[in-house]
Design a protein around this ligand. Structure first.
Ligand SMILES: CC(C)(COP(=O)(O)OP(=O)(O)OC[C@H]1O[C@@H](n2cnc3c(N)ncnc32)[C@H](O)[C@@H]1OP(=O)(O)O)[C@@H](O)C(=O)NCCC(=O)NCCS
Length: 288
């Protein structure tokens, strides 16, 4: 048997960021659709097929697909295979036309959407040395994907070498999805490293300060309260260790970073270029 479905006979549907054009062949084992994506899809949640495997070919434009473990970019001529059961969403930067083929044939009824907070169950703990590779991968992914390179003062080699030195450099805590490290935060405690910042904050050199920093969260895990949780933990450590002040700095345009600092109770004290030449909002809190 053969059958042709013309463009005018397609079954169309649309959401705020996606238009779908289905070819209703009525076949059980395979189907095909053209989807036009323009922004995050689904708009807020994550999606998965529960019964069908899917192949998606990029006809034009660009799509960025976020999975729990990886992020993939699709450009014209690229294709991806997505096995049933895997949660994903299209990132807001996606804009293009794609051809999707499923086996068995796709149906809306077998698709499932959920809030990310209902899919992942996060745990928080000190990052152990055995997770060094994961840590470096996390840093690499987040720093490569920064909206503005000015948002993060790059690590120096001695800092990479000191990642697990919590006495002389920084206690390091992480957020985990299962065994996967998805977010991190540090509490810088070296008074030598912080000496110039004491000047920026108008604090005498004799003051003992700690700095909240190293806040890096994988894009697909943002907005879940990871940084807020980790910073509260680091604040408590700073109090327990007897520091006089806790300080932190964030680029004025880095809304997420500024907001988390205000959320955990640090006060905005001004905006200036700091000792290392970066423009920063300064935040601080007296601990004693
Ligand atoms: C900045 C960053 C660490 C925030 O981490 P996060 O775990 O997503 O933050 P939280 O979920 O704890 O968010 C705390 C608050 O900030 C808000 N927020 C976070 N990111 C935001 C953004 N990009 N725009 C607006 N608000 C944002 C959250 O909505 C939340 O407020 P709410 O509870 O009132 O809604 C994360 O976006 C990131 O890794 N960015 C890239 C690296 C970076 O810039 N790091 C900072 C330099 S140290």
């Amino acid at each position: 048997m053969e059958k042709v479905i013309h463009k005018s006979q397609r079954e169309n549907w649309k959401t705020k960021t996606c238009k779908g054009h289905e070819y209703p062949f009525g076949t059980k084992n395979i189907d095909c659709a053209v989807i036009e994506i323009n922004g995050r899809h689904p708009v807020q949640d994550w999606y998965r097929n529960t019964q069908v495997d899917e192949m998606i070919y990029c006809k034009s434009g660009h799509g960025r697909i976020f999975f729990r473990n990886e992020i993939y970019d699709l450009h014209e001529g690229d294709a991806i295979f997505i096995e049933k059961g895997l949660w994903y969403f299209w990132g807001e930067e996606s804009k293009g036309t794609f051809v999707a083929m499923c086996n068995p044939a796709w149906s809306a009824a077998q698709g499932e959407t959920k809030k990310v907070s209902d899919i992942v169950s996060l745990t928080f703990k000190k990052v152990p040395k055995k997770d060094k590779d994961q840590l470096l991968k996390l840093i690499d992914i987040v720093l490569k994907g920064l909206d503005n390179p000015q948002y993060f003062i790059p690590y120096e080699q001695w800092e990479y070498d000191s990642m697990f030195d919590e006495k002389n450099y920084a206690p390091l805590y992480g957020a985990y999805d299962g065994d996967k490290l998805v977010g991190m935060a540090q509490l810088y405690v070296s008074q030598t490293m912080l000496a110039d910042f004491k000047k920026d904050f108008g604090l005498p050199q004799s003051t003992q300060i700690a700095e909240l920093g190293g806040n890096l969260v994988l894009p697909q895990y943002r907005g879940l309260g990871i940084t807020t949780h980790l910073q509260k933990k680091e604040l408590q450590i700073a109090k327990d260790r007897g520091f006089d002040y806790i300080i932190s700095m964030a680029h004025p345009d880095n809304i997420g970073s500024c907001k988390t600092l205000e959320r955990v109770g640090l006060e905005f004290v001004g905006e200036q270029k700091v000792a290392n030449g970066f423009l920063r909002n300064l935040y601080m809190k007296k601990l004693k």
